[in-house]
Design a protein around this ligand. Structure first.
Ligand SMILES: *Cc1c(COP(=O)(O)O)cnc(C)c1O
Length: 387
């Protein structure tokens, strides 16, 4: 079965009791047992729930995985995965990960005796050299936020295999429509389904997928033990979002590519980061690793903070908001929003400068989005000229 068909059908047969075509919201915490010790695989909804199971079966199939687990949030899925490790274990992490991942690793899990090394994983040699005798896991995102750098998943998988450690990829920015890390040799895929998978900015969720029955059973045990499960309504909303994931991603990609090309030619713009541009330093890797270049575009305005602020303020269709991956377009100013807690020298050394804006390009009409950017850039140019 192909992606679009799996998204509609896997895990989503007619309801066995009523024939309901759409998987019902099984809003129940408990299940009446047929006899002492006899039930249909559901006894308590922290352990399992039919709506959640439909989501898990469907989304696992999109990652080409036999096993998947749905969580209450992306960070909950990350947390349950990291608990595959024990005190004394070590993790090599790509240094450009989601801020909440950094916070969970360094401010929570480090207190439990797990240590982390942060490396620029765009160079695989850095990862290889950071492996220690007690390293158990390599953790990376690709593309990264907000500079949309790529990490070579197949290359990382080789490093992981050489040292006998696990490789986990946070696939949130690409979604399984554009990239399936397990096919490239990763052991684990994690998602914030809050973003493209849910796709409508109305539900928070996370996901874990793997081909290893052993890893699955352990993380399932963690899920039941720690309890960060999504409610049935959240699982249902996420499953509904998945049905249109392929259609949405195609439109996100088409709009984002037009916008990236428009910005690259604009005199008020200093730099554009988009893996689909030939000028992106890892464009060849993007073509090899991804089936499309995604809906995220970042760019740097000439003149720094003030023009960037003017653009963010003048945009009408792009809301100034955190998060990404919804049908509506958003813009974010990383320096004052997502990356505000990082000291100036560190973030500037990483390329997160005052003039940087990140777009989560939605699925509105592309002409309308371009016109909105055009008028906002014109206002910023007037402002720069007046100074
Ligand atoms: C949002 C996000 C997360 C965290 O997910 P939540 O659903 O907000 O808990 C993790 N990784 C990436 C790349 C994200 O964008």
């Amino acid at each position: 079965m192909k992606f679009e068909t799996k998204a509609i059908h896997v895990g989503q047969g007619a309801d066995p009791t009523t024939g309901a075509t759409i998987v019902p919201v099984y809003q129940t915490s408990t299940y009446t047992q047929e006899d002492v010790g006899v039930h249909k695989g559901f006894d308590y909804s922290r352990t399992a729930n039919p709506t959640r199971k439909a989501l898990e079966d469907c989304l696992a199939s999109l990652e080409n995985a036999p096993y998947g687990l749905a969580f209450a949030s992306g960070v909950a899925a990350t947390d349950a995965t990291l608990k595959l490790l024990s005190a004394g274990d070590h993790v090599v992490v790509s240094d450009d990960v989601y801020g909440g991942t950094y916070r969970l690793f360094e401010r929570v899990l480090a207190r439990y005796g797990i240590s982390f090394n942060w490396v620029d994983a765009t160079d695989l040699g850095n990862v290889d050299r950071a492996i220690q005798p007690n390293t158990k896991l390599i953790w990376s995102e690709t593309p990264t936020n907000p500079l949309l750098k790529l990490v070579d998943i197949a290359g990382l998988a080789e490093v992981a295999r050489k040292h006998g450690v696990l490789l986990a990829i946070d696939n949130t920015f690409a979604s399984p429509y554009l990239q399936t890390p397990l096919d490239l040799g990763a052991d684990i895929v994690v998602h914030s389904t809050t973003k493209y998978i849910g796709g409508h900015s109305d539900v928070v969720g996370g996901f874990f997928a793997t081909r290893s029955e052993e890893l699955y059973q352990t993380v399932k045990f963690h899920q039941n033990s720690m309890g960060a499960v999504p409610g049935p309504m959240d699982a249902w909303l996420t499953l509904r979002g998945i049905k249109t994931l392929a259609l949405r991603m195609r439109q996100h990609c088409a709009n984002a590519e037009r916008i990236a090309r428009f910005l690259a030619d604009h005199p008020a713009i200093e730099a554009v980061y988009y893996p689909g541009l030939e000028s992106h330093p890892q464009h060849e890797l993007a073509k090899r690793q991804m089936r499309g270049f995604g809906g995220m575009v970042s760019f740097v305005t000439k003149g720094g903070l003030e023009p960037a602020r003017a653009i963010a303020r003048s945009l009408k269709l792009f809301s100034l908001a955190e998060s990404l991956g919804g049908v509506e377009s958003l813009t974010c100013h990383p320096v004052t929003m997502t990356h505000g807690a990082i000291p100036k020298e560190i973030r500037e050394a990483r390329g997160v400068t005052d003039g940087l804006l990140r777009l989560s390009v939605g699925i509105e009409d592309g002409d309308d989005l371009l016109a909105d950017l055009e008028q906002a850039l014109a206002k910023a140019q007037i402002l720069t000229a007046a100074r």
